[in-house]
Design a protein around this ligand. Structure first.
Ligand code: PLP
Length: 463
């Protein structure tokens, strides 16, 4: 009986999971196994293997939410089995999606009288692709009407844009005119933008909270220039604002800053619900100021799920849970709740910045913090670089990415810390201690190396 049990033949529910035979065998990696296994064993094998992943709470690299409340988690679990696209079967989920679109459109100052439209997406990447595609289509229609060539559309952006803009340009055959970055200016240069646009520009991209430094492109200035061009040349060039991370921060922290639908040329905005929208991945939102900004022939109507449904997405099936979780957050927190969370995050980011500034070998790249993101480089004479410090910090579980800035500023290598809701003052203090500790260790290693070299040199001399 005992030996049979040990072989895992007797499964009476009282043997320990780890006593099962599966734990002394290699896990299937290539072929689907011939036989299955106990659910406990399958769970434990996968669960244990995933322990090797980083700890999401210490992941300061990602903008993406790593903590949600119990109420949200319950709703997420309860709705995991609903396909968002099946709106005939799950009509209330569709209604909730619409409510979130309303709330975001109004947060971004779409006028109540505007017929704004929008959709949930998997993240900002899908939202940006769909937004720009609509502008490409609208451009084509406009040029066709004028009897002009529409074969060479372009977008004008700064090198501060996320890789998804490049993907869009390649996948959808649009020329990307990129204004390079330069040292001490890591956002869009409006004068250069002015010189890059022409009649074939389908839209100008502006970022609210860049991936590289968390800074804001000057959307109001871009708008003024485009208005001027519209008046002088008749080119009506829209702005798409990539508010992936800023869209849930700036409206609460700086409500008077104009970057959204208050500006006439801003026609579409994307935001990641799974970043400062405080929802787990993957949820993004795309909002058009008016339904006329979304060409009707890009909307598909299908009836094979029951009633007739309109879709404007790159995907078809997808989960509903994160849409519902977004609605939960909006109800639960309200504007005041979001404001308090963003204020706390900014306050902790500013604290971190001040403490890092005191360490003489760091140089802060984005001193005028608007977003809770701290970016710094390490001075050349420190004796170690950002990549070495980033690797050392991993020893304690901290994930702080090191990377070089885009072309023309690519001699600058930085560390970026994204302060999220669950990064408390205590965490900031722990991180600073570890930064100091590992920096000292790196410097000591260098001193030891130098000492060794010196010793050898002396030895050689004596010989
Ligand atoms: C400015 C910006 N745009 C777009 C994206 C892509 O967003 P998502 O990961 O939601 O697809 C990111 C991601 O970090 C980003 O920072």
């Amino acid at each position: 009986m005992l030996s049979k049990k040990k072989k895992g033949i007797v499964r009476n529910g009282i043997s320990s999971t780890y006593a099962e035979r599966f734990f002394t065998k290699p896990v299937p990696r290539f072929d689907i196994p011939k036989e299955g296994m106990d659910s406990n064993a399958a769970y434990q094998i996968v669960h244990d293997e995933l322990n090797i992943d980083g700890n999401p709470s210490l992941n300061l690299a990602s903008f993406v939410t790593t903590w949600m409340e119990d109420g949200a988690q319950r709703l997420i679990t309860e709705n995991l089995n609903k396909n968002l696209v099946d709106q005939d079967e799950y009509p209330q989920t569709g209604v909730i999606q619409g409510r979130v679109v309303n709330m975001l459109a109004r947060l971004f100052h779409a006028h109540e009288n505007n017929e704004y439209v929008g959709t949930a997406t998997v993240g900002s990447s899908e939202a940006i692709m769909l937004g720009l595609l609509a502008h490409k289509w609208a451009f084509r229609k406009k040029m066709q009407k004028l009897g002009k060539d529409y074969s060479r559309p372009n977008i004008v952006v700064s090198a501060d844009v996320h890789i998804v803009w490049e993907k869009f340009a390649k996948y959808f055959d649009v020329e990307m005119r990129t204004i390079p970055m330069k040292r001490d200016n890591y956002i869009l240069d409006v004068e250069k933008m002015k010189n890059s646009i022409d009649e074939n520009t389908i839209c100008v991209g502006a970022v609210l909270g860049t991936t590289f430094t968390g800074q804001l492109d000057p959307v109001e200035d871009i708008n003024s220039i485009l208005l001027d061009i519209k008046n002088k040349k008749g080119w009506d060039i829209p702005i798409h604002v990539d508010a992936a991370s800023g869209g849930f921060v700036i409206p609460f922290l700086y409500p008077d800053l104009k970057w959204d639908f208050r500006l006439s040329q801003v026609r579409s905005i994307n935001v990641s619900g799974h970043k400062y929208g405080l929802v787990y991945p993957g949820i993004g939102w795309l909002i058009f100021k008016d339904k006329t900004d979304l060409p009707e022939d890009l909307i598909f109507y299908v009836n094979y799920l029951g009633g007739e449904e309109a879709t404007y997405t790159l995907n078809f099936s997808r989960g509903s849970s994160m849409v519902i979780a977004q609605y939960y957050n909006l109800l639960r927190l309200g504007k005041r709740g979001y404001k308090h969370i963003m204020e706390n995050s900014l306050c902790n980011a500013k604290y971190l910045l001040r403490e890092i500034e005191k360490i003489d070998f760091f140089e802060i790249i984005n001193k005028d913090l608007k977003m809770p993101i701290v970016v710094m480089s390490i001075k050349n004479d420190a004796g170690f670089d950002v990549f070495e410090l980033s690797a050392q910090l991993r020893q304690k579980g901290w994930i702080v990415p090191a990377y070089s800035l885009p072309k023309d500023a690519d001699d600058i290598c930085i560390l970026r810390i994204v302060v999220k809701e669950n990064f408390s003052r205590d965490m900031a203090d722990l991180l600073i201690n570890d930064i100091l500790y590992f920096s000292a260790q790196l410097q000591n290693n260098i001193k030891t190396k130098i000492a060794k070299v010196d010793k050898n040199t002396i030895h050689k001399h004596i010989c």
